[in-house]
Design a protein around this ligand. Structure first.
Ligand SMILES: [Zn+2]
Length: 477
């Protein structure tokens, strides 16, 4: 009887120490609204974004990695690596030998463009026993080491990224993945307000309407999470890949057109990417690098020209073979034209990530986050560490640091899958000590009883049935 009680005590103490993950597990929904600039809510009524800030954490703004375009910056969110390190250096797959380029959508399906050794969080989570899904998030269509998110949905080629009804249907779908399929992590992508920002510009009435649509959707996401009973376990992080800036032309500014620059010729290049907003990359023919560089450097007061190895450190955009030897970007207001102006957007991104117009917004709400907390800016490269920490998974090698973002969290994770707070720690400690004391007491009492019994009945060899050594072993843990 005494043994049974002591064993029960030990079992109980052990069970407290390693309570099932499910009861305390925290999940993550990562949402990206493409091109949502940090200050888009300034002069628009956004009750749902305001409520999310009151119920959770709002960052003043966040800094994306350079190059500030969609696929590269999204892959930084998923991997915690700067673009030069994860290798998805552009929206477009290209081959400098064959001159081939694939646009954004087709590039989504080119595995070798995405799979360069940096694993997206879905794969890491799945390898550590969690379940992950993704809908429309850049990078979803590719496989990594032959692995994909266990639930993945890629939009069709001709997809209306603005359709609010589809936004709600996708939200419903994601909530059912969490609720009915027990997913731990989902990344979800909306293609706006980027499209509207490009077409009408970031100060247009149209962008204000789209910001209201985003706000309604944020309200819907939170409402559905509550409806599905997920509020206590689900953390919702809402951010973006880059901002948006006005482009000027038609005589308002002196446009940048490379073919008009004295001493520069496209004949000196083997390959180039220009007419892509404010950014460009050039591969000069053998022996022509200095000529091309000298012609372009200082050719226009708003055109920045760098050799790859001289790129400013803060951009983290040099140390990758895919990055071409000469890199160009323009100041806000300007785009880089090749032979002649063919770009007609009123808004663009792709500028230096230090420009305020390139900064995205950030909101987070859920059981892991403080309430009504506004924090200073941080780099989006850190969001990966934050998500791994909340999920209780060991991150891959990455360029972010939990220290930069952990002040947003109310809990700390000591080891995989065990979310603990101070109270739980104390309780576990007390339980373990109590269990130990009970065991010691039982051991001493039993020992006395045995001694007594042995004295009384020296002929009995039944002490074999009392596994003294085994018991002693158990108490020494
Ligand atoms: Zn984008």
């Amino acid at each position: 009887m005494a043994w049974t009680i002591s064993l029960l005590c030990i079992t109980w103490a052990l069970s407290v120490q390693s309570a099932p993950i499910d009861e305390r597990r925290h999940r993550v929904l990562l949402v990206s609204f493409d091109g949502f600039r940090w200050d888009y809510d300034r002069d628009v009524d956004t009750p749902n974004l305001d409520k999310m800030a009151a119920d959770g954490v709002k960052a003043q703004y966040v800094t994306p990695p350079y190059l500030t375009i969609t696929s590269p910056t999204h892959f930084t969110l998923l991997t915690g690596r700067y673009i030069e390190n994860h290798g998805v250096i552009h929206n477009m797959w290209f081959n400098t030998t064959t001159q081939e380029k694939k646009p954004y959508y087709q590039t989504q399906f080119v595995n070798q463009w995405w799979d360069n050794g940096s694993l997206p969080i879905w794969i890491t989570a799945q390898r550590q026993g969690l379940k992950a899904g993704s809908i429309h998030f850049p990078g979803t269509a590719a496989s990594y080491n032959g692995e994909v998110a266990s639930i993945q949905e890629v939009e069709p080629l001709l997809y209306n990224y603005k359709n609010e009804t589809a936004w709600r249907e996708n939200t419903d779908k994601v909530m059912s993945w969490f609720r009915d399929q027990d997913l731990d992590f989902v990344s979800m992508y909306f293609g706006e307000p980027d499209g509207t920002g490009h077409r009408y510009g970031p100060d247009s009435p149209q962008i204000k309407e789209m910001v209201k649509q985003v706000d309604r959707t944020v309200g819907y996401i939170r409402h559905m999470a509550e409806q599905r009973g997920l509020t206590d376990s689900l953390n919702i992080i809402i951010t973006s890949d880059h901002g948006m800036s006005n482009v000027y032309r038609n005589g308002l500014v002196e446009e940048i057109t490379l073919s008009k620059i004295p001493g520069f010729s496209f004949r000196d290049l083997s390959f180039h990417i220009v007419d892509f907003g404010p950014s460009g990359m050039l591969l000069p023919k053998p022996g022509k690098l200095e000529k091309v560089y000298t012609a372009l450097k200082n050719a226009h007061p708003h055109l920045h020209v760098y050799k790859k190895e001289e790129m400013p450190e803060h951009l983290h955009f040099a140390k990758n073979d895919r990055i071409l030897p000469i890199i160009l970007w323009s100041d806000p207001g300007y785009v880089i034209n090749g032979y002649f102006p063919v770009q007609f957007h009123n808004g663009e991104h792709g500028f230096d990530n230090q420009e305020m117009d390139m900064k995205p917004f950030f909101r987070a709400v859920g059981p892991s986050f403080h309430k009504n907390l506004e924090v200073g800016p941080f780099e989006t490269v850190n969001i990966y560490s934050l998500m791994c920490h909340i999920l209780g998974i060991k991150p891959e090698v990455n360029d972010g640091h939990l220290d930069n973002v952990k002040h947003m969290l109310v809990t700390s994770t000591t080891e995989r899958g065990i979310q603990v707070n101070v109270l739980q720690n104390t309780f576990t400690g007390v339980a373990a000590v109590a269990g130990f004391l009970v065991v010691v007491f039982v051991l001493m009492t039993s020992h006395a009883v045995i001694k007594n019994k042995r004295k009384k009945d020296k002929t009995s060899e039944n002490s074999k049935q009392i596994p003294e050594t085994e018991f002693t072993k158990q108490t020494s843990f």
